[in-house]
Design a protein around this ligand. Structure first.
Ligand code: SAM
Ligand code: SF4
Length: 460
């Protein structure tokens, strides 16, 4: 695969490291500087508990300094499980027999979105399989439109990110014009031979076409992209270094790296023997370490964790680096239909672990001192790509982000939360107010007063 130098990664994986070197690298991370691949490889090689704890402390420091206590919440919306690819780990693979294969219609997508709006969601990740049709983009564009059109008591979805098959530059332009936030595409594995072994047929069988898709997205003007390896397909240390190599390549070529890196771990999937017995399963400790190393290696790149992980793991990792989490996900088209009878007959793409409701997750975050955030201000103010990084790097964005996150939290508390969550939320807001300077506090109070008077969806 272009831009992935496997020989270099393999030699980095054999690199020897001393305790003094680790301490030096961890010292450097306090300046919130990017790490070199060699430095990341050295951190990944650590196995002793005492040094791992030092890595976790450093990751926690970087997370706190760059992101404060905000955790962005989103929900995936599966619009289609029709797929022409045979990815051996996926429940939607073309050769897999499903009870129902379907594209949701724009009307159904709107209805699903209304259900999510009713629960307080503001950010959606639209997800789809890859049909053989040439008109995929027209379907995606209509689907994004339907999501933005949905409304509940005047509330609307603020940002639609998309995780769907690669497109041509022309088609990516159409997707951008539909008003998407991040375009997300997981390379699955950066190890060429493993990729070819696991992607047996369909357009996705070509690893270079997939890797190149992120460049095509940039060429189409989408400067907000998300990448990620599907962990468990190959050696996780290789995948992390390769992901970082991909970041370096994108930075060099496009002036900005990915906005986010996702860290999906493979889960059992109906109809897939491979998914239940992946070749490179990783332990929870290895998983924790790789998230911490990612946080230290690319301090300004968001890290996304889904409900594939358990509530305990997610609660731990929001402290070590994760900045965005999904909530109450269903991984099947039509999965948010409120009737259990309907849901019983749907085939899932894979198994999930954290089944808590949005409210339970918000409550747990608040208990740990985190601000559940539904903010989409950067996207709406065009603070994306290079412009976002320019603001984020000197720490300027933190001030804006705290205010925006607190505005979205208050709106959530007022419109959706039950009394005990509301009480917890307001207690946390009071704590936060103590840290704000006079001007920020004045600004926040102005917005809060507007919310009390019924105004919604303001941001700086
Ligand atoms: N079909 C498009 C594609 O493959 O790029 C986009 C959507 S696909 C439904 C989203 C992601 O699900 C894939 O990129 C893959 O990483 C992940 N996935 C597939 N099977 C999985 C499994 N068994 N466990 C965890 N994640 C899985
Ligand atoms: Fe289709 Fe995506 Fe599943 Fe592969 S991972 S089978 S492309 S839905």
């Amino acid at each position: 695969m272009k831009c992935i130098d496997e020989a270099k990664i393999n030699s980095l994986l054999k690199i020897a490291v001393t305790q003094a070197e680790i301490d030096q690298i961890l010292e450097k991370t306090k300046q919130l500087k990017r790490l070199s691949l060699e430095e990341s490889a050295k951190l990944l090689s650590v196995t002793d508990k005492k040094t791992l704890d030092k890595i976790y402390d450093a990751a926690s420091y970087v997370k706190n300094t760059v992101y404060g206590k905000r955790v962005v919440l989103f929900i995936p919306l599966y619009v289609s499980n029709i797929c022409s690819n045979t990815c051996l780990y996926c429940g939607f693979a073309a050769n897999n027999k499903l009870t129902v294969r379907k594209h949701l219609s724009p009307k159904e997508i709107k209805e699903q979105t209304e259900i999510l709006l009713k629960r307080g969601h503001k950010r959606i990740l639209m997800v789809a399989g890859e049909p053989a049709s040439k008109n995929n983009v027209d379907y995606y564009v209509d689907a994004v439109k339907a999501i933005y059109e949905a409304e509940y008591k005047g509330g609307k979805i603020k940002r639609v990110n998309v995780n769907a098959a690669p497109l041509s530059i022309e088609d990516f332009k159409k997707l951008k014009d539909a008003g998407i936030g991040t375009y997300q595409l997981f390379q699955e594995t950066y190890h060429d031979a493993t990729y070819r072994k696991l992607h047996v047929s369909g357009a996705k069988a070509d690893p270079d076409n997939r890797l190149d898709a992120i460049d095509r997205a940039f060429a189409a003007g989408i400067d907000d992209v998300g990448i990620g390896p599907l962990l468990g397909l190959y050696d996780h240390r290789f995948e992390i270094l390769a992901s970082l190599m991909h970041v370096e390549y994108l930075e060099k070529k496009h002036g900005v790296g990915p906005h986010t890196i996702s860290v999906p771990r493979i889960e059992p999937a109906p109809g897939s023997q491979y998914a239940s017995n992946p070749e490179y399963p990783l332990t929870d400790e290895e998983f924790k370490k790789l998230v911490a190393v990612l946080r230290l290696s690319v301090p300004y790149t968001g890290i996304i964790m889904s409900t594939r992980e358990s509530a305990e793991m997610r609660d731990t990792l929001v402290n070590l680096g994760v900045s965005q989490i999904s909530a109450e996900s269903k991984v099947t088209p039509g999965g948010y239909e409120e009737s259990d009878e309907h849901n019983k007959h749907l085939d899932r793409q894979f198994s999930l672990s954290d089944m808590r409701s949005l409210e339970e997750i918000a409550q747990s975050l608040l208990s740990q001192g985190f601000i559940p955030s539904f903010c989409a201000a950067c996207y709406r103010k065009n603070r994306t790509g290079e412009h976002f990084m320019d603001l984020a790097k000197p720490g300027e964005i933190k001030y804006m982000c705290d205010i925006n996150a607190l505005i979205t939290l208050k709106e959530y508390l007022e419109d959706f939360a039950k009394p005990e969550v509301k009480e917890k939320g307001y207690a946390l807001i009071e704590e936060y107010k103590k840290n704000l300077d006079e001007n920020s506090l004045k600004l926040l109070e102005k917005f809060f007063k507007n919310i009390d008077n019924g105004v919604r969806d303001e941001y700086v």
